[in-house]
Design a binder for this molecule. Structure first.
Ligand code: PXL
Length: 278
């Protein structure tokens, strides 16, 4: 397994099993050195808790970048998730420009929407900023809702292959190297992930469990990034991450009181075993 230094930039939701509290343990379990840059600190995530706090850390980001530049610190990959505001997105673009090692990889999860709606606090200006960030990425990981916002496409609950193909073309036209779309399924009991690089489209279909949780996109993007950087091809990493995410959801469904995130920890040993298989 190869060892790389990954920087992940996203918020810290102190409670809620999403963003940084998911990315750091998963990337570490994938055997990767993980550096973090928190873009904001929230007491909880915004999906279901009332009255959460939000500390914007955008103004710390340029100073952190300048220090890393002076120390000549660079990263083999930079993986971004929920950022929290337009300023954070623009400062993230500066960090990509100056802190990515030559040949380094950029993974952007435009975590901002689900089920046809933007998350609390986001607006069209944030969507426009996220388009700019996606343009700088090697791989972007939108769900269908995010794909619609990014491309100005009408959101549909049910769709056919032509609708997804049009979304993929429009997403790639934003400028990313490849699109790994999540939550793509054409039947009620199936979902999947679809990797498209402009030439080939690889749709990995799997069971759709009848429960949706916050943070599963973060679990998926973290496992994909970790598996890819540990030496798997993007196609293999996409499948490994999908199977892991299904495992996390299945584990969580056994505990109906656990509503705010997925119990990704219990499934980690299985992910590590899979990555150690040759
Ligand atoms: O990616 C999910 C996520 C991350 N961070 C915060 C969120 C959410 C989803 O709602 O609110 C703060």
């Amino acid at each position: 397994m190869s060892y790389h230094r990954i920087l992940t930039i996203q918020d810290v939701s102190c409670v809620g099993q999403c963003s940084m509290t998911v990315a750091l343990p998963i990337l570490s379990a994938c055997g990767q050195e993980t550096a973090i840059l928190p873009s904001a600190v929230l007491s909880t995530h915004t999906g279901g808790f009332k009255g959460f706090t939000f500390r914007d850390l955008a103004d710390d980001m340029p100073g952190i970048r300048r220090h890393w530049e002076s120390e000549k610190l660079t990263f083999d990959a930079i993986y971004t998730g929920y950022l929290g505001g337009v300023k954070q997105v623009d400062y993230t673009l500066d960090i990509l420009a100056s802190c990515l090692a030559p040949g380094g990889r950029t993974v952007v999860d435009p975590a901002m929407a689900d089920h046809g709606r933007l998350y609390y606090g986001f607006d069209e200006a944030y969507v426009a900023a996220m388009r700019r960030l996606c343009a700088a990425a090697d791989v972007i990981l939108p769900n269908v809702t995010e794909a619609c916002f990014l491309t100005g496409t009408e959101y549909r609950e049910t769709y056919d292959e032509a609708y997804i193909a049009a979304l993929l073309d429009r997403l790639l036209a934003l400028g990313a190297g490849a699109v790994l779309m999540t939550g793509v399924g054409y039947a009620p009991d199936e979902t999947g992930v679809l990797l498209f690089d402009g030439k080939t489209a690889d749709h990995y279909r799997h069971v759709r469990l009848d429960k949706s949780y916050h943070g599963t996109g973060d679990v998926y993007a973290s496992a994909f990034t970790g598996a890819w950087l540990s030496g798997r091809t993007p196609n293999e990493a996409a499948r490994i991450a999908a199977d892991y995410t299904v495992d996390c959801i299945r584990t969580t469904m056994a505990d109906p009181a656990h509503w705010y995130g997925v119990k990704f920890e219990a499934a980690l040993p299985g992910l590590v075993r899979r990555l150690n298989e040759v």
